[in-house]
Design a protein around this ligand. Structure first.
Ligand SMILES: [Fe+2]
Length: 284
């Protein structure tokens, strides 16, 4: 059996994680500004040739293409709209964070990023329906909420047996074994990268949103409930999904009725299919 790593070993591994691409950080900062405009989004995307070419490819795909082929981002924003352009660019940039399969949690190939994309879509739907959180902030907070898994996955992989033996929600099992869970670790990474305070808080508290600072609690609950919906819509069984615990205070922050949950789940599934079609990815 492998020796259990101490907290210092986990934090050292977090330090070694490749930082996210600059274009992703800049997109997240622009998306978090309530008054951002098309020009700012286009300027950020233009700064990264890989993301710019992917966005142009999407704008010229059969999903969007109407009329002539376009070759610059100003035309792309006209065809896709600023919100869709930002979503596509952020998703493409976030994919660079996890290009290989993530060990430990049972995600296969691009499974983690697909799961996070579903969380992002659910959080954006909740932000659109309830409260006054900007939808771009909800989307990006959902997209990155499990970033701590990229570090903790390697430790989870070599201690799976001990984690399964423990009881309680999966984040509690992680904390009991490693001294930290993936949500807190993700919050530390987000703070290191200089992400907006609301996004850092939502990532850190996405499994325990009641513990988020009051100012960011609604966002943390939106990501938390979106995570639950994404797990319900996922067909793959992951280690953490089997012991998911819902924070019972959610109804104070998200006024959903029983039937709304079903309706919301269907909306999330529809939108996930639509985004995958835009990105030209196979639908599961
Ligand atoms: Fe999580």
């Amino acid at each position: 059996m492998n020796a259990t790593p101490d907290l210092d070993a986990v934090l050292a591994a977090a330090d070694d994680l490749e930082p996210p691409p600059e274009v992703l950080l800049r997109l997240l900062r622009v998306a978090s500004l309530p008054s951002h405009n098309r020009r700012q989004v286009v300027d950020v995307i233009s700064s990264d040739p890989i993301v710019a070419s992917r966005v142009l490819k999407i704008a010229n795909s059969s999903f969007f293409r109407r009329g002539c082929k376009i070759s610059d981002l100003s035309q792309a924003v006209g065809r896709l709209g600023e919100a869709t352009l930002t979503t596509m660019a952020t998703t493409c940039a976030a994919r660079m964070l996890a290009q290989e399969s993530v060990p430990g949690y049972g995600y296969t190939d691009s499974g983690l990023m697909e799961h996070c994309q579903a969380i992002a879509i659910g959080a954006r739907l909740l932000a659109r329906k309830f409260g006054d959180i900007p939808t771009g902030v909800a989307y990006t907070s959902g997209l990155l909420c499990d970033v701590g898994v990229l570090v903790l996955g390697h430790f989870v992989a070599s201690h799976e047996h001990e984690l399964v033996q423990k009881s309680g929600a999966f984040d509690q099992r992680e904390k009991a074994l490693f001294g930290i869970d993936h949500a807190e670790l993700g919050g530390i990474l987000a703070e290191t990268w200089g992400l907006p305070e609301s996004t850092c808080a939502a990532i850190r508290h996405h499994h325990r949103p009641s513990e988020a600072p009051e100012a960011h609690r609604t966002l943390a609950f939106q990501v938390h409930i979106a995570d639950m919906l994404a797990k319900m819509s996922d067909r793959s069984a992951t280690l953490d999904g089997m012991s998911y615990e819902v924070d019972e205070a959610w109804a104070e922050y998200i006024p959903l009725e029983g039937d709304d949950v079903q309706g919301l789940l269907l909306e999330v599934c529809d939108e996930v299919r639509s985004v995958r079609a835009m990105l030209n990815e196979p639908t599961r």
